[in-house]
Design a protein around this ligand. Structure first.
Ligand SMILES: [Zn+2]
Length: 457
């Protein structure tokens, strides 16, 4: 049995059921699990194989990112002009995605995961855009991150280059992916049903994958009304709003996680609350023209008891993958939009990115807080930095003053994956070079290029 001790942390933000923030405390880890969290003096006699000196450090639960396409964007990050219409942008995105080779998906996923881990994100949901799941699994295995994976499926023609399958084929793929991958890597991987969006899926496909997920005890995630056009086009086609439609069909449920959920009406919010459906808000993607503050009803969802978690979306939708910047946006956007300083306090923003994130992934027994019996998914911040000081209320400082640059050490499943700000499982320098080359090749292969406002000589 391997033991690790995080010794003498200045602060531990537990996010446990009492929401304790403990000063001068230590954490004892046995293999992958947290064994004890207590004041330094109460754990002073405990020895461990690995001791991490946590003086001037702050420990939080690992952050949970519930909507992050890991497999393509890092190869072509930043290529899109801001003013591309969203539909055109998505068309390019899925075209690029479709030409990725398995080895390329492995390296781009590994770089995305490395960026996530270095910013304190220990658990992600990839909404199934990866073509070679085995390439994603390889990157997850080697990096040590926790992940929910799947394969996106659609069976209706769509304007965004998503591969259209026969309904039966799509159902079979969902069944097979869950059977093959759920519980892999000692439970570090969960596999879910991932119909891309109700806009592009038939009734039969949606009903079937929900039933498959229920039988397997896993979840269903789908893109939901990420802007007004998507919500309106669904309404025009089927005569009702998408969330009402899911509720009518018996699909809206506790194991359903809706991504974006931006252009939803009050009736839809009430239905989500009634049925226990979960939401992942992607603020950094939404603020880039989708109407985060005009349309978003996230504070109201939280007031109604809906589990709202956070996600980035792909590196070309969000650009950055820093969970602290997601918390920051969540905590400031609605204060400003409603001109009401009580909207989404920083404590709630932290919950969205930890315990709510875990709960939305049906993983709250395992991760999302620091308490005995849970997996040791932990982030250790260095607080001896200008942006952290002076330090009296670490909750305010974490959400409003800092960012992922002060993440020093990260553990997932009790294993140190980031140490002294460096990935322990890969040579980052080589990885960056390789993904740059992959990007150059992918752009050549697809012939995609853009004209920018300034000339690059
Ligand atoms: Zn997405």
């Amino acid at each position: 049995m391997a033991t690790t001790k995080i010794n003498g942390a200045s602060w531990i933000v537990t996010v446990d059921s009492k929401r304790r923030v403990i000063r001068n405390a230590s954490i004892l880890i046995e293999d992958s699990l947290i064994k004890a969290v207590d004041k330094v003096e109460n754990l002073a006699s405990e020895q461990a194989d690995i001791v991490i000196d946590a003086q001037n450090k702050l420990v939080t639960p690992g952050f949970v990112n519930n909507h992050m396409h890991i497999s393509y964007a890092h190869a072509v990050r930043g290529i899109f002009p801001d003013d591309l219409p969203l539909q055109t942008y998505l068309g390019y995105v899925f075209k690029l995605q479709s030409v990725m080779k398995p080895e390329e998906e492995y390296y781009t996923s590994l770089l995305a995961i490395t960026e996530l881990l270095k910013n304190g994100c220990t658990c992600l949901l990839d909404p199934g855009t990866i073509t070679s799941i085995d390439s994603g699994v390889k990157a997850i295995r080697e990096s040590g991150i926790r992940a929910v994976i799947g394969r996106e499926v659609v069976d209706k023609p769509n304007p965004i280059n998503l591969h259209v399958m026969e309904t039966n084929e799509a159902i079979k793929i969902v069944e097979e992916v869950i059977r093959r991958y759920n519980g892999e890597l000692d439970g570090r991987i969960n596999a879910w049903a991932m119909p891309f969006s109700p806009n592009y899926c038939s009734d039969e496909l949606l009903l079937s994958v929900k039933e498959i997920a229920d039988r397997a005890g896993v979840g269903v995630t789908m893109h939901m009304s990420g802007n007004e056009d998507q919500a309106n086009s669904f309404r025009n086609q089927r005569g009702t709003s998408p969330v009402e439609y899911l509720a009518e069909k018996g699909i809206l449920d506790k194991n359903v996680l809706l991504a974006h959920a931006l252009a939803v009406n009050d009736r839809e919010v009430d239905l989500m609350a009634e049925k226990g459906a979960k939401v992942v808000h992607c603020p950094s993607a939404a603020v880039r023209g989708s109407g985060a503050t005009k349309l978003g009803k996230f504070p109201e969802m939280i007031d109604k008891g809906i589990c709202v978690s956070l996600g980035n979306d792909a590196a070309n939708s969000s650009y950055y993958l820093d969970p602290i910047r997601l918390m920051y946006l969540s905590a400031v956007l609605y204060k400003d939009a409603r001109q009401n300083r009580s909207m989404i306090p920083p404590e709630t923003a932290i919950e969205m990115c930890t315990i709510n994130g875990a709960s939305a992934l049906l993983l709250e027994q395992y991760t999302g807080s620091i308490e005995p019996g849970k997996k040791a998914d932990l982030v250790i911040f260095d607080t001896k930095r200008p942006e952290w000081r002076s330090l009296f209320n670490p909750i305010n400082n974490l959400v409003y003053s800092t960012d992922g640059r002060s993440v020093d050490t990260v553990l997932v499943d009790g294993k140190i994956v980031i140490k002294d700000q460096e990935a322990q499982y890969v040579n980052e320098d080589d990885l960056c070079d390789r993904v740059q080359r992959i990007g150059e090749e992918v752009l050549l292969r697809t012939g995609i290029s853009f004209k920018y406002r300034w000339t690059f000589e």
